[in-house]
Design a protein around this ligand. Structure first.
Ligand code: ZN
Length: 203
């Protein structure tokens, strides 16, 4: 599987072809999504979370999607999650792993200061960490469509508010950060691509 992931990640998906189709979330049964969220969080806590000495994390449905470090809580917005589940399970898994990555950053607080408390650096590092987490969880395996769904999702959640202090990074950088993490995790830390230092280390 590692070899496969590596091979898949060598080709970059033409992300601009993707379009996002919102659906009526009120009608969607999110039971499977809830199960998936729990699998990702459980796997994340057993892999990177264990390594980072992170406390147990809680999650809940909220008005918005974010990580609350004061409560060790991952908040997920139902409508957003059901839209993501339309793209695929991998899209949901990516966003959940991204929020868990913030939990790791706070558990190892020097990561936040190393990223110079800069929102964009912190966010791109979380995208990379999400890739490492997802490639490291032994109970999760993914194929080409899943990788494509993850990269597309990372691309769409990018923004172009370059001058805002809340700028999370443009879509292309977010996808590259995630891809770098997937490569790093999929190779058990052997494959550090050109973006690894910049995005994963927050340098
Ligand atoms: Zn984030």
């Amino acid at each position: 599987m590692k070899k496969l992931i590596k091979k898949l990640l060598l080709s970059f998906i033409p992300l601009s072809l993707f379009s996002f189709t919102p659906i009526n979330s009120a009608l969607v049964d999110l039971k499977d999504t809830e199960r998936l969220i729990e699998i990702v969080l459980e796997g994340a806590s057993r892999t990177m979370g264990k390594y980072a000495d992170a406390k147990k994390v809680q999650w809940d449905w909220c008005e918005d999607t974010y990580y609350d470090s004061s409560q060790n809580l991952i908040c997920l917005e139902k409508k957003f999650m059901s839209e993501l589940s339309e793209i695929g399970d991998a899209a949901v898994a990516f966003v959940v792993a991204h929020e868990y990555a913030h939990h790791v950053q706070y558990a190892q607080y020097q990561l936040i200061s190393k990223a110079r408390n800069n929102t964009m650096r912190i966010e791109l590092q979380a995208d990379c960490f999400a890739g490492i987490i997802l490639a490291s969880i032994p109970t999760i395996s993914f194929g080409p469509d899943d990788v494509e769904a993850m990269l597309k999702t990372a691309f769409i959640v990018g923004d172009q508010d370059y001058d805002s202090e809340y700028h999370h990074g443009p879509g292309e950088n977010r996808a590259l950060a995630l891809r770098s993490g997937l490569r790093f995790g999929g190779s058990k830390g052997k494959n550090k691509d050109a973006y690894y230092k910049m995005f994963c280390l927050g340098n």
